[in-house]
Design a protein around this ligand. Structure first.
Ligand code: C6P
Length: 405
């Protein structure tokens, strides 16, 4: 029997949602920074440390084999989740930032080459490329956006030329919620023999991603934003692309043989996984994948669509509130400013009411410069948020605005 999830059943699975903050029931609207964890993920971590703790890929003993099997099973779950062709195309890293750094540090670039990013990138998809360009003499170019927070697509497509070696762009903007037309960009990049890296940190928690259908070369995301543990990230890369890159870090597990004269490297995925990984984290990520798969993207999409449209409508009714990021295609992220208040002060007052939002530049300083603002307040929703919580957010903002103005 298939049980259709509903919000009460979903919320029951997140123990933290029952706690109070500052004497008020917690309203957690900072899911873009990190989502909460369901019991199944917490239990997976606990079970690993309580029952199966051992290092992986090394021991012949029982626990090492159990731990290795659980870790590799998690890799297979991630493979299925994003529809990668092979499980060895899934590299476990520390997070999205680590995944992008891995590619930026190993990707072959030389003087005269171009690296293309967009104006709405997170610092994690800017700085590693700046470092790579400084080292190689390649040029970093930036695809423009409009004041709704959308990529100016025709100009962006025109910027992909025979010098562009890699296009690195976010699937969903963390500050604006904009969903980028990555399919069109990937298609043009492919025509120009340009490689593609998609930053899926803010996409994977909200929508079904199929890396084979997208036909991107690399797709990166973080476990902790998709109900899994912190400290684990995912780098999907096409087998041929990953094989073409040199190793990133040296150490245990990434080698086949070592002599003082020469080292030979292990096969994928181990070639890019030097040292003892976050074993519990990988296993916990597997449980998060199960949670999302069992909940289903249909429920997630419907719930978040309701939240986005209701919250947008309600927030717009607040006197002096301006939404930053009005793209036609958006994920459930709303950045806003309220006339006569500073985002930080507003965030502090909401916190006193038990409401967690994020304030500041959200690690997208160039984007804030584009809008000529120092930062925003950001409410980012997840599948367990309710319309009642939106009402309390609106009430809280009205209260805070009255106090601050
Ligand atoms: N954005 C936010 O509050 P890490 O920290 O490696 O898990 O993810 C970095 C990252 C990369 N790309 C995008 C689009 C992101 O949103 C993030 C993380 C958080 O928006 C923390 S700044």
């Amino acid at each position: 029997m298939v049980i259709t999830p509903n919000i009460e059943v979903i919320r029951e699975q997140f123990p933290i949602l029952k706690r109070e903050v500052n004497g008020k029931p917690l309203i957690y609207l900072d899911n873009g920074a990190s989502s909460q964890k369901p019991l199944s993920v917490i239990k997976a971590l606990d079970d690993y440390y309580s029952l199966d703790n051992a290092n992986i890929h090394r021991g012949v003993h029982y626990l090492s084999q159990v731990a290795t099997e659980a870790y590799e099973k998690a890799r297979k779950k991630v493979q299925g989740f994003v529809n990668a062709q092979f499980d060895h195309e899934i590299i476990f890293t520390k997070g999205t930032t680590d995944s992008i750094n891995l590619i930026a540090a190993t990707f072959p670039l030389k003087s005269g080459d171009e690296v293309l990013i967009s104006a709405m990138e997170h610092h994690s998809n800017i700085v590693p490329w700046q470092i790579a360009c400084e080292k190689s003499g390649a040029q970093l170019r930036v695809m423009p956006i409009n004041h709704k927070g959308e990529l100016i697509l025709d100009e962006a497509l025109d910027m992909i030329n025979e010098r562009t070696q890699i296009l690195a762009i976010t699937h969903v903007s963390n500050s604006l919620g904009t969903i980028n037309p990555i399919e069109k960009l990937i298609a043009k990049a492919r025509e120009m023999a340009c490689k593609t890296l998609i930053d899926g940190a803010q996409a994977v928690p909200h929508m079904k991603v199929d890396v084979q259908a997208l036909d991107c070369d690399f797709y990166v995301f973080s476990s902790h934003k998709m109900f899994g543990p912190t400290g684990v990230g995912i780098l999907y890369g096409k087998e041929s692309e990953l094989n073409a890159l040199p190793p990133y870090q040296g150490g245990g597990d990434m080698i086949k043989t070592v002599t003082f004269e020469k080292t030979t490297y292990n096969e994928l995925p181990h070639k890019f996984e030097a040292g003892t990984p976050h074993i519990a984290g990988g296993i916990g990520l597997g449980a998060a994948v199960d949670f999302m798969t069992e909940t289903g993207f249909q429920f997630i999409a419907e719930q978040e669509k309701k939240l986005l449209s209701y919250a947008t409508e309600q927030l717009r009714s607040i006197d002096g509130l301006r939404i930053i990021g009005q793209a036609e295609h958006k994920a459930s992220v709303i950045s806003f400013l309220v006339d006569g208040t500073h985002p930080y002060d507003l965030g502090m007052i909401l916190d006193k009411l038990g409401i967690a939002i994020r304030t500041g530049h959200h690690c997208t300083q160039p984007l804030m410069d584009f809008f000529n603002i120092p930062g925003t307040c950001r409410a980012s929703f997840a599948l367990y948020n309710s319309l009642e919580e939106v009402d309390l957010l609106v009430e809280g903002i009205q209260k805070a605005a009255m106090m601050l103005r």
